[in-house]
Design a protein around this ligand. Structure first.
Ligand code: HQG
Length: 180
């Protein structure tokens, strides 16, 4: 991805997940925004993005963070919101294990409290350890925890998977974590 694309992509994440008011818009139900409104608002706030660039950003995004609706008139972030957004995700049965990448310095606290969602709506889990390492590296020396997802589901915890393959659940108590 080009450096400018990364910058614009981060800006889009900010607007579509956290601070739409930065460009004077609000998210509609489900986190959607009309593409025309978004592009106009971005231009008016000194961050011009044209339609072709937006399409490229959506298509080439390394984590498929954004999606258009069926007719391409609206766009939203697939996950990662701090704003209250109902993505309309359906509960799904998780695999035996899921993985959580974090940084070593968080382990003592995770050991006590389990995984908490912090600023996000859910705890984010990965389907494979490689992805989890990448997520953990963002915070420091990475470490991967194994989450007994199937057991959690059997105990009544609900799991969702976003359109870009991130596993989501409300919290993970310490007893379901391995590798602590
Ligand atoms: C940690 C990126 C201490 C948690 C990635 C994590 C992901 C605790 C940090 C997505 C804790 C929160 C999410 C506890 C959790 N004590 N630390 N009890 N419970 N933590 O960024 O999972 O680029 O909010 O381990 O690819 O790192 O945004 O969550 O280290 O999918 O699309 O608190 O963000 O995707 O950090 O990453 P984050 P995350 P995007």
């Amino acid at each position: 991805m080009k450096r400018e694309d990364i910058q614009q992509s981060k800006f889009l994440s900010l607007i579509l997940r956290h601070r739409p008011e930065r460009v004077g818009i609000q998210l509609e139900a489900g986190g959607w925004v009309e593409v025309d409104r978004l592009l106009t608002a971005c231009r008016q706030h000194g961050m011009p993005i044209d339609r072709a660039t937006l399409e490229r950003l959506v298509k080439t995004n390394d984590k498929q963070r954004f999606a258009f609706n069926e007719d391409g008139s609206k766009i939203r972030a697939n996950q990662g919101h701090s704003l209250s957004v109902n993505l309309g995700l359906k509960p799904v049965q998780p695999p035996l294990w899921l993985y959580h990448g974090t940084a070593r310095q968080f382990l003592p606290s995770i050991e006590k409290q389990g995984l908490l969602k912090r600023n996000r709506h859910h705890v984010h889990l990965s389907g494979d350890p490689q992805t989890a390492i990448r997520v953990g590296k963002r915070h420091g020396r990475p470490v991967v925890l194994k989450v007994g997802a199937k057991e959690m589901a059997a105990d009544g915890y609900t799991f969702y998977r976003s359109d870009n393959g991130v596993w989501l659940t409300k919290a993970v108590p310490p007893r379901y974590l391995e590798g602590l």
